[in-house]
Design a protein around this ligand. Structure first.
Ligand code: FES
Ligand SMILES: [Fe+2]
Length: 384
């Protein structure tokens, strides 16, 4: 283990959210050309809608005139929206195009129009400096719409800070305690793991459990693919973190000893848990998740069963996160400490701090993770 993993280190409890980032604002099907919808992303209330030709739009949800919410308005023309209060109309760039009570339009009448990209079944919004919005930095979630993967997901409106969800996903040893009836097993805590900063700036946490009993969730999935399967498995969890708040987890099990750790997963089942967490406020988050699989792609039954199974598992997380946020609020003077299993969560803090520093919003020095060099973050251990 690295110095980073030393138990007992104090970590910043909660960081603010970066603004120069793409955040999933909605599922693609939520944003329509029929009516605008309201959603707060990174503290900014937005009105989301589609133009007649299907392009998603995100405008500030406050009219230039008296700040009435545009999300209560109606869509007009090919790409516009009309304020529900006194009828001002705006185009998709946020420029006012009509003031019903007067002939001329005040040229300063504008609302902010945010950069928007539709990708991987989500509508992504950039709440920060629009000149920095580069669509190539949207995190890779290609399993969401690849023909080689099938699955579905939902949104959790989580009344907690987004970073608590990141901590939850970066350390899966909690499965033993929070998801004891579906995913938990003692080997989660007992097995070694590696934490690695990749060349592209993402962080990978890898854990293998060799020759273990499959917990109920994985036994069911093995039997979906290999009817009647029984016996022991090699189980893996490879967590991929993309700052600020997307975590895609390569998970699965394969018949023990059939070569999965060496790359042959043909005797196993493989899923990807796709998570992207959008801060709403400092104490609430839109948590978009999906479970994708690469076997029995045409089975809607399995898609629905997996979605509902994971929904139940994540409800257990949500209950813990809500209770944790409540305890944080009740103990403003208390700090977080870190265990060896928090290596991934510490990296999240380091990368968030870098993003915030680039925005001139770095967290106070005594709150940042106490790390000294890049070298500190190589492999922390090597799985066999
Ligand atoms: S508040 Fe929107 S037109 Fe008056
Ligand atoms: Fe969990």
């Amino acid at each position: 283990m690295t110095e980073l993993d030393a138990p007992g280190r104090v970590a910043a409890k909660i960081f603010p959210h970066p603004l120069n980032a793409w955040y999933a604002a909605a599922w693609d099907h939520e944003v329509t050309a029929k009516a605008p919808m309201a959603r707060t992303v990174a503290g900014k209330p937005l009105a989301l809608y589609r133009t007649r030709d299907g392009r998603p739009v995100a405008l500030d949800d406050a009219c230039w005139h008296r700040l009435a919410p545009l999300s209560m308005g109606t869509l007009v023309g090919g790409d516009g929206i009309q304020c529900p209060y006194h009828g001002l109309q705006y185009n998709s760039a946020g420029r006012c195009t009509l003031m019903p009570a007067q002939r001329t339009v005040n040229p300063s009448a504008l609302v902010t129009s945010y950069p928007v990209v539709e990708r991987y079944r989500y509508v992504w919004v950039w709440p920060g400096d629009p000149l920095l919005a580069d669509a190539s930095t949207i995190p890779d979630m290609h399993q969401m719409d690849s023909p080689e993967w099938a699955g579905d997901g939902l949104t959790i409106e989580a009344p907690c800070n987004y970073q608590l969800v990141l901590d939850n996903l970066m350390d899966l040893t909690h499965e033993e305690f929070v998801h004891g009836s579906s995913l938990g097993q003692a080997e989660l805590s007992e097995s070694e793991f590696t934490t690695r900063l990749e060349d592209d700036g993402s962080v990978t946490v890898t854990r293998w459990m060799h020759d273990v009993e499959p917990p109920p969730f994985w036994l069911k999935n093995m039997r979906d693919r290999f009817p009647g399967f029984s016996g022991r498995v090699d189980r893996w969890q490879v967590i991929h973190y993309h700052a600020p708040s997307t975590i895609c987890i390569d998970v699965g099990v394969a018949e023990a000893g059939t070569g999965a750790p060496q790359g042959d997963r043909s005797r196993g089942v493989n899923g990807y848990v796709m998570n992207t967490i959008t801060p709403e406020t400092d104490t609430s988050s839109h948590y978009f998740w999906a479970f994708m699989r690469n076997y029995r792609l045409d089975s809607q039954l399995i898609t629905t069963q997996l979605r509902e199974g994971v929904r139940g598992v994540f409800a257990e997380d949500e209950a813990m996160l809500v209770a944790q946020q409540r305890a944080i609020d009740a103990n403003p003077d208390k700090v977080f400490y870190s265990l060896s299993v928090d290596a991934g969560g510490m990296w999240v803090r380091r990368l968030l701090d870098r993003m915030l520093a680039a925005e001139g919003r770095a967290v106070a020095a005594d709150e940042t993770p106490d790390v000294t060099s890049e070298d500190t973050f190589g492999d922390t251990s090597v799985p066999s």
